[in-house]
Every structure is written in C-alpha cells, then in structure tokens.
Ligand binder design. Structure first.
Ligand SMILES: N[C@@H](CCC(=O)N[C@@H](CS)C(=O)NCC(=O)O)C(=O)O
Length: 207
C-alpha cells in the first residue's frame, strides 16, 4: 500500500493519515508530493481525481480523503485497534473526527499548520476564539493520556491542532494542558515534527 502525502510541515490532513500509519506501524510506503513544486497539481490528479492529499493506493483501489483512509485502514487492520474498542467510545471518537473534519473552519483558515514557524501571540477574531474554546473543551475531557485512553485515530485528528497552538502560541488552559502535552510528546507526533522541521520547502502563502 502506498500513502501519498503533502509536505509534513504544512499539510495537516496528510499528517492525520500519516500519523495513523506510523503510530500503528502499518505496512505503508509513504510518498511525498511537494505541494509547491511544478507539476504537483498534475501529480495529485494522476493519483486521484479530487486532486488533494492524502491519497491511499491499495492495489487497484484508490482511497482519498483522510477520514476515508483512516476508516479503510481500521477495517483492514482490525487487530491494531485504530479506533477505541468500546462501541460507544468509538461513536464518540467518530463524532469528534467528523466535527474536526467538517468544522473549525476559522481556526483552520486563519492558523494554517506550519510546524517549523513560531508566531507572536495575538488576539484572534471571535470566530477563531470560539473554535479554540471548543478545542479546549474537548481536550479537557480526555481520559488520559489520550482522548479515549489509548492513542487512536481521533488523537491523530487533533495532533495538527496541537501543532498550530504551538506555532501560534495559543494559550492552553490547565484542564486541557495534560492532553496537549501528551499529544505533542507522542512518538509518532514527535517523529513527524522532526521530519517537518527538516524539510526545506517554503510556501510563502503559509509562512
Ligand atoms: N477533506 C480532505 C482535505 C484534503 C486537503 O485539503 N488537502 C490539502 C493539503 S492539507 C491539499 O491537498 N491541498 C492542495 C494544495 O495545497 O495544493 C481530507 O480530509 O483529506
């Protein structure tokens, strides 16, 4: 299986799928398409008509969109427990992933992921503050160390948000701080961060 990703420094949706692959030690080959390079658009479309990363290729099957990829991997490797085992917890975890996937647009647009950057703290518009407050509320309910105890897909979904909070120096209240720190300290998140830091591509629209 091949997982096609964008830049580790910038591509938050790639990070979600990539973290799941790495955290669960799944047998996937990772291929990078540098989003700023000539021909990136065509390369993405060669793999998937949606033209967005991440994309998973498994034989003659193409799966695109991070959530569809994570669901496919969870079905393909049921014994690795990519989702929480308890049915109700799994439903809650899926609700949170869907909330992330279809919401938080102010946060996602105004604080684009940029692992290597450090920005001065600032006062964010009300719509961003609402998103940040909701994230804090979710993190404060973590069972510890991760949202449902053991690291699962839902934690991979919030990892790029933790990276954004670090980049933009967004305050994290005490109630949510343990989870925030655990997430940034997870081996797969740290490894991803190191790889992002080592990348030399710069995309001015995010810098
Ligand atoms: N809903 C999609 C979003 C995918 C997406 O927007 N990917 C971005 C990178 S994070 C992309 O491919 N952007 C194209 C570009 O920047 O050229 C998913 O969950 O995979």
């Amino acid at each position: 299986m091949e997982l096609i990703l964008g830049n580790k420094n910038y591509s938050s949706w790639s990070m979600r799928a990539g973290l799941v692959a790495n955290a669960f030690d799944l047998p996937l080959e990772l291929t990078t398409i540098w989003l700023d390079e000539d021909g990136a658009e065509r390369r993405k479309r060669d793999y998937s008509p949606a033209g967005l990363v991440p994309i998973l290729i498994d034989g003659d099957l193409t799966v695109w969109d991070s959530l569809a990829i994570c669901e496919y991997l969870a079905e393909k490797f049921p014994h690795r427990e990519l989702w929480p085992v308890d049915t109700q917890d799994r439903a809650r975890a899926r609700s949170l992933c869907c909330e992330m996937h279809s919401g938080f647009s102010a946060l996602r647009q105004q604080l684009p992921m940029n692992i290597r950057a450090r920005k001065e703290p600032r006062t964010w518009p009300a719509e961003v503050q609402r998103d940040v407050a909701r994230i804090h509320e979710i993190w404060a309910e973590a069972r510890g160390p991760f949202l449902f105890g053991k690291f699962s897909i839902v934690d991979a979904y919030f990892a790029p948000v933790a990276c954004r909070f670090r980049t933009y120096q967004v305050d994290v209240p005490d109630a949510a701080a343990d989870y925030y720190e655990e997430l940034l300290a997870h081996d797969a998140v740290r490894a991803w961060t190191q790889l992002g830091l080592a990348e030399s591509h710069h995309m001015s629209r995010y810098d």
